[in-house]
Every structure is written in C-alpha cells, then in structure tokens.
Design a protein around this ligand. Structure first.
Ligand SMILES: *[C@@H]1O[C@H](CO)[C@@H](O)[C@H](O)[C@H]1NC(C)=O
Length: 297
C-alpha cells in the first residue's frame, strides 16, 4: 500500500476520540463505536482530505455532561424494540465495503506497537503531538490493552487475521456469517428520528465477534468477543428524512458490571444493571455470528 494511499485513508479515518475510561471493556467498546468523524466527511459523504491536517482532536464527548454528542445517539433499550417505535439515531454513511484491508503479508511488514510509534510517525510524516499522532497513539494503546476477564480481542489489519480470530472464538468447525448495518436509502441528515418498520429479526448469538474500525493510517479493525449474554437483531428503520436502514443491533443483557459513567446510561437516563442496553452498529462495523451453533454450546 503506497504512502499516498495510506495517508488518504488515514485522513478519511481520522477520528476525534480520546478514551478516558480504560478500566472496562464495555466502556472501551462504546467509545470506539461512538468515535466521531470529521464534520466535512459526514456532511459530504466524501472526505476532503487536505482540510483535516491541522484540525485539533476534540475532547472525548463522554467526559462532558453538558452537551450530548450526536454520535452517542445509537443507544436504546430492549423495550424500545417494537414496530412503530421512534428512536433518534445517528448513522454515518460509511459502509464496511469502503474499508479495504491489507493482505496478511503487507500488514505484518509494518510494525504495530506503541514502542514503534516514533518510527511510525516518521514513516507517515506526522509530527509528534499532532491530531494524527494522538489518534495513532490512542489506537495502538487500545490495541495493546489486555482484555478484561471474559473478553478476547485482537486488532486486525488483514482479513486473514480477523477471520482467524473469529474461528478461534467460535471453534474451527463452526460456520459463521458477517452482518453489518446497510443503508438502503440515503438520509438527508445524519441524526434523524427513525421508526422501526417491521418486527425486529432476532439473530441467535451464543457467541459473537464485533469489529470496529479504528483511527489509523490504514484500515485496522478492533475485534472483540465477550462472554456475557447478548441478543442481536436486524432492524428495519425508516427515517423522517428519507433514510432507510437495515440496522444491526446488539443488546447487552447484563450491564451490572459497567461503569456508571458509561455514555449509554446518560443517553438513556438509566442506572447500571437496571435494563439491557442496546446499540446499533455503524455501517463500517462488522458483526460475526455463528450459524447453527447450539445456544448453550
Ligand atoms: C425528532 O423528533 C423530535 C420530537 O418530535 C424533534 O424535537 C426533533 O427535532 C426530531 N429530530 C430530528 C433530527 O428531526
């Protein structure tokens, strides 16, 4: 992958998040799935690459109680999952097909660790302290953090290593499929009121692997799997401004161990452990689910 392309990819992926709550895996997941993209990318659907280099990295929105970041509008509760229910939701347009991965050989040829950051910054021509440098450091750190108990994780820059992780999680004999949120019709707004159009389609998930894109000069997915009970759904959504979405969502049934600071509690106005917390996946997330795996297997 050429440097030019890598640079462009990075600018496309430059996100504005810096994680402050690292103590809990779920908090980390949420931070990742809520990462903000640069406004011009969101508004135009296409990034204007040259414009972003000098933009500051914004503070983590979840540390500010006084305003609600629109990208946090992905949460809902299990009770909301019924036909006719209206939910305010934020859906960036990007889909998973716009994030190609490298081959395993290519990915392995580039160092990927915090210790290598100075070399990497030099290689990608980012000055230390720049937004890009901070985003890279954030990603490398997230990728190096040990998983919490009951969680497994990997950062994958190639499809091969992503699929290896999925096979390890499900068992090599288990077949699986990948789900992602799809945009059937474009909305005129990123944040809109969406109505649930059909009975949500529950996907059995005795296990699941969720993969989120991370800010980095090339495509890196943070994939993880947790042992706590989840329910997964595909939900047909119709927005007030033209959007039609087949949204992939997960409901975490036990939130009792989550940090009270978790953004979802603020968005939903609930306390840890009082209700399952559900969220939609953005279109550039990948959700692997096993086929025909016994629920208690
Ligand atoms: C969604 O609906 C609420 C209540 O009707 C309204 O106040 C809000 O502006 C709507 N949001 C959007 C993005 O249209």
């Amino acid at each position: 992958m050429g440097l030019q392309f890598a640079l462009k990819t990075f600018l496309l992926h430059l996100l504005l998040v810096l994680c402050t709550h690292r103590s809990h895996g779920e908090a980390r997941e949420m931070t990742k799935s809520n990462v903000l993209r640069l406004p011009s990318e969101e508004e135009n659907g296409v990034s204007d690459k040259g414009m972003h280099r000098s933009r500051p990295v914004h503070a983590n929105p979840s540390t500010h109680m006084d305003h609600m970041d629109p990208s946090l509008m992905i949460f809902f509760t299990l009770n909301d999952l019924r036909v006719g229910k209206k939910l305010p939701l934020f859906f960036p347009m990007k889909d998973s097909s716009s994030t190609p991965l490298m081959s395993r050989d290519e990915a392995n040829s580039i160092p990927f660790s915090c210790a290598d950051l100075p070399h990497l910054l030099h290689f990608f021509s980012f000055s230390p302290g720049s937004p890009q440098a901070k985003a890279m450091e954030h990603t490398l750190r997230e990728c190096e953090i040990k998983p919490i108990k009951g969680e497994t994780k990997i950062c994958a820059a190639s499809l091969e290593s992503m699929l290896d992780f999925v096979r390890e999680t499900f068992g090599s004999e288990t077949q699986f499929k990948v789900l992602s949120t799809t945009h059937l019709a474009k909305s005129r707004t990123l944040l809109d009121n969406y109505t649930i159009l059909d009975e949500p389609n529950e996907i059995p998930v005795p296990k699941m692997v969720a993969c989120h894109t991370m800010p980095y000069p090339y495509t890196v997915f943070y994939c993880h799997s947790q042992e706590t009970e989840n329910k997964a759904f595909v939900v047909s959504l119709g927005g007030d401004h033209g959007g039609r979405i087949e949204g992939v969502a997960v409901c975490h049934m036990d939130t009792s161990q989550w940090s009270p600071n978790h953004a979802s509690f603020r968005v939903l106005g609930i306390e840890p452990g009082t209700s399952p917390v559900c969220h939609f996946f953005r279109g550039d997330n990948l959700v692997y689910v096993p086929i025909n795996m016994p629920i208690h297997g």
